[in-house]
Ligand binder design. Structure first.
Ligand code: PAF
Length: 290
């Protein structure tokens, strides 16, 4: 097992990429506290690229609460271990001043309406802050020649849609890949938050996947989705409080009201769900259609 090269500065990262001179580079931005879900992103990047670069950077701009930002786990040694096991070549682990060299940016990207819906409704400004750092990191890891691919987890579906849009709108020369959600045997989407659930809550949380599967199966048969049936499943689970369950257009995040009622489902959609189980907020999703 090879230990990844750790770069703390932009100059070190640039030099390490130039030295490798890869035909293809796979970049996976993260905030550290790495787990199996990240591991699957690294593995896909490893299969598809000559050089795999990840970043570990806790981005102040995407936290609504200063306390959450300071409490966010920082565990570089453990992260390096996991990255090494997944075959990562380079870890970019900069200090905030290295990323925001001119101070926190005065010119900001706006995620617009798409950033205010769903997760954005409970975390105002989160997606603008996320885009601010992803926009910079995509520049910093850009190999300037050869194939350039960036990998994001489908678990954060709204984030993926917004980054896709930013890359298209701002003409970033990078191919985006969203890597499917990793699930427990029973179907629970893997998340570091699952560790905070009791055994009983974990069982109750399976309703997210059951409800998604009900609607995804109907979509696969081109039946009307009747999303209300999925919403009803949450009412049977006293430990689970539903925030939203909806089917949206995967490019605009606008609700597919027409497809969700009594007309046969056609085209594409994205099922999105968020719910609180005990004290833990969970999200899940599934693309449906062609
Ligand atoms: O998904 C994350 O971990 C973060 O939002 C990202 C993409 C690394 C930006 O800070």
């Amino acid at each position: 097992m090879k230990t990844p090269k750790i770069c703390k500065t932009r100059a070190e990262l640039k030099a390490a990429i130039a030295e490798a001179n890869p035909e293809s580079l796979g970049f996976v931005p993260t905030m550290g506290a790495l787990h199996e879900g990240h591991g699957s992103l690294f593995s896909v990047a490893r299969e598809e690229n000559e050089l795999v670069v990840i970043s570990i950077f806790v981005n102040e701009l995407q936290f609504n609460d200063a306390g959450d930002y300071s409490r966010y786990p920082r565990q570089l040694d453990a992260d390096v271990q996991l990255a090494a096991q997944a075959g990562v070549d380079i870890i970019f682990a900069p200090a905030p001043v290295e990323v925001y060299q001119a101070g926190l940016p005065l010119i900001r990207l706006s995620s617009g309406r798409m950033g205010e819906l769903y997760e954005g409704a409970s975390r105002p400004g989160h997606f603008d802050g996320m885009l601010a750092v992803v926009a910079k990191l995509l520049h910093l890891a850009d190999p300037r020649q050869g194939q350039y691919r960036a990998y994001f987890g489908q678990k954060d579906a709204q984030q993926v849609v917004l980054i896709r849009r930013m890359v298209a709108d701002l003409d970033y020369p990078v191919q985006l890949r969203s890597v499917p959600i990793v699930r427990s045997e029973k179907g629970l989407a893997l998340s570091s938050r699952n560790a905070l659930l009791s055994a009983e809550e974990k069982e109750a949380a399976l309703v997210l996947h059951r409800a998604i599967s009900l609607i995804a199966d109907r979509a696969a048969r081109n039946e009307p989705l009747n999303v209300e049936d999925a919403v009803g499943m949450f009412q049977m689970e006293p430990l689970v409080e539903l925030d939203y369950f909806t089917v949206v257009d995967p490019n605009t995040l606008e609700e597919l009201a027409f497809n969700c009622q009594d007309t046969p489902f056609t085209g594409q959609g994205l099922i999105l769900v968020a719910a609180t189980v005990g004290k833990v907020r969970l999200i899940d999703n599934q693309p449906i259609g062609d």
